[in-house]
Design a protein around this ligand. Structure first.
Ligand code: HEM
Length: 136
């Protein structure tokens, strides 16, 4: 079980590296003045999104293995799963925003993306407290 938990935490951490960095690229994309800079940032965002998606799948798979395979559960797990649904929705919304940037259809400002970038931070804090402290 500890090997499964270790890989769960490894893939969760790797996924979050992408969830933290991709919206930061969007902040810069929303401010980009020149096509060369825009193309470079778009390529970075495209590669990062393609890289972080399998990491998300592995993080969730090892989590489900812990939950269903070892029957580790409780009230904290139900709230955790709700927050995980928000995280997965956030991940796919980042993909949607990438498509809009590629089509030059982005209408959001860099200030909006700076606030958008804070959402995974809040979700991470809540999930880690839930799964470690298990308050209910
Ligand atoms: C389908 C989604 C997920 C499921 C079913 C799941 C399930 C679990 C389970 C059953 C444990 C073991 C808890 C224990 O041994 O006390 C665990 C540990 C952990 N999970 Fe998840 N998890 C999921 C997603 C996530 C996500 C998205 C994060 C990060 C935001 C996360 C962070 C952690 C951490 C940090 C631990 C280690 C806690 C400890 O060792 O005390 N998990 N997870």
């Amino acid at each position: 079980m500890l090997w499964v938990k270790a890989f769960h935490i490894i893939f969760v951490t790797s996924w979050f590296a992408g969830l933290f960095y991709l919206p930061r690229i969007y902040v810069n994309l929303a401010m980009a003045a020149h096509d060369t800079e825009r193309e470079r940032l778009l390529l970075m965002a495209h590669k990062l999104y393609r890289f972080m998606t399998p990491l998300a799948v592995l993080a969730l798979a090892f989590g489900l293995w812990l939950w269903l395979g070892y029957g580790i559960t409780g009230g904290w797990m139900h709230i955790k799963l709700l927050l995980v649904v928000f995280l997965v929705a956030y991940h796919f919304y980042c993909g949607r925003l990438l498509t809009l940037f590629k089509q030059k259809l982005n209408t959001r400002s860099h200030v909006w993306y700076r606030w958008f970038n804070e959402i995974p931070v809040l979700l991470l804090v809540a999930v880690v407290i839930l799964v470690t402290v298990k308050p209910l």
